[in-house]
Design a protein around this ligand. Structure first.
Ligand SMILES: [Zn+2]
Length: 66
C-alpha cells in the first residue's frame, strides 16, 4: 500500500494525505479558497430540506433504447 492520498475536490489533482499537505483535501491554498468561495456563494443557497429532489427527477430518467 502506498501512502494515502485524496483527490483535490476542486481540480481533482492527487494530494498526499499527510502533514505535508497543508491544504488537504485541497492541493493548494488557491483551490481551497476557490472551493470555499463557491460553496459560500452558490451552494449555500440550497435549502436543507430535500435539496436534490428536483435534480434527481430531472436528470436520472432511464430511457432504454431499443
Ligand atoms: Zn486543486
Amino acid at each position: 500500500m502506498a501512502a494515502r492520498s485524496v483527490n483535490c475536490p476542486h481540480c481533482g489533482k492527487a494530494v498526499a494525505w499527510g502533514p505535508q499537505s497543508l491544504f488537504r483535501p485541497f492541493c493548494s491554498e488557491r483551490c481551497r479558497q476557490i472551493d470555499l468561495g463557491a460553496w459560500a456563494s452558490d451552494s449555500y443557497r440550497v435549502p436543507s430540506a430535500a435539496p436534490s429532489d428536483e435534480f434527481a427527477v430531472a436528470d436520472i430518467s432511464p430511457t432504454p433504447r431499443e
